[in-house]
Write a protein that binds this ligand. Structure first.
Ligand code: PRP
Length: 213
């Protein structure tokens, strides 16, 4: 039997994913060693192979078939726009994609003004402003600590993830508008969906049963 390969998002999402997988009867003891620098882990009995990657790379591995299945955030799936099937909302990793900035920036969102928007998510930001708000904006791609944008006057507002709100609060920024709700999702390679249908379907069903319990 061939391996079923699952790309996990390094960090907390991988731990939460493995907790759910265990409840559904899928195990990987090797993954529990948090000190290990290994990236690939197998369960020979169940013919499962897990690997740890950066979130934005998960849809890439799945599109190319290097992984049959991927688990990552809805934000990343939307941003990366890869060809894969989104099959399940796992319910954890909940947060919101928001337009944030200083309170004074609120007015800039009302009148279709040309503004500067900093984000790690240029595609999501572009789609929101162009297609939903019909506002022409200058999108500036950043790679992290996006809250800096309005503080150092690189941008008027940011489009970013808000989880607890503490980063915004610590930097005197606010949520100005909500773009969408985010949670962890399961994605599947279209060919794996055809070629490994039975195992993939069984996995989806078992995970879904755990989520509705
Ligand atoms: C994320 C996000 C916000 C912060 C939100 O950043 O981009 O900055 O978390 O979380 P909070 O609402 O609970 O404060 P991350 O920690 O991933 O770091 P980064 O900005 O360097 O990407």
């Amino acid at each position: 039997m061939q391996y079923l390969t699952i790309a996990l998002t390094k960090g907390r999402l991988a731990s939460q994913t493995m907790e759910l997988f265990e409840r559904a009867g899928y195990y990987c003891e090797e993954l529990k060693d948090k000190k290990s620098r290994r990236l690939v882990f197998t369960n020979e009995e169940q013919k499962l192979r897990f690997f740890l990657s950066k979130g934005p790379d998960v849809p890439t591995y799945v599109e190319y078939g290097a992984a049959d299945i991927g688990i990552t955030g809805a934000d990343i799936i939307m941003e990366e726009q890869r060809r894969c099937h989104e099959v399940l909302d796992l319910g954890f990793g909940k947060c919101r994609m928001c337009v944030c900035g200083p309170g004074e920036a609120r007015a800039l969102l009302q009148h279709h003004e040309m503004i500067r928007v900093a984000s790690k998510y240029p595609n999501i930001a572009r789609d929101y402003f162009y297609n939903r708000k019909h506002q022409t904006v200058d999108i500036i791609k950043l790679n992290g600590s996006v809250e800096l944008g309005p503080i150092v006057e690189l941008a008027d507002v940011i489009v970013d993830i808000v989880e607890t709100g503490s980063t915004l609060q610590a930097n005197r920024l606010q949520v100005l508008e909500e773009v969408c709700r985010i949670s962890a999702r399961m994605i599947v390679n279209p060919v794996s969906m055809q070629m490994k249908t039975e195992r993939v379907r069984e996995m989806i069903d078992r995970l879904r049963d755990c989520l509705t319990e």
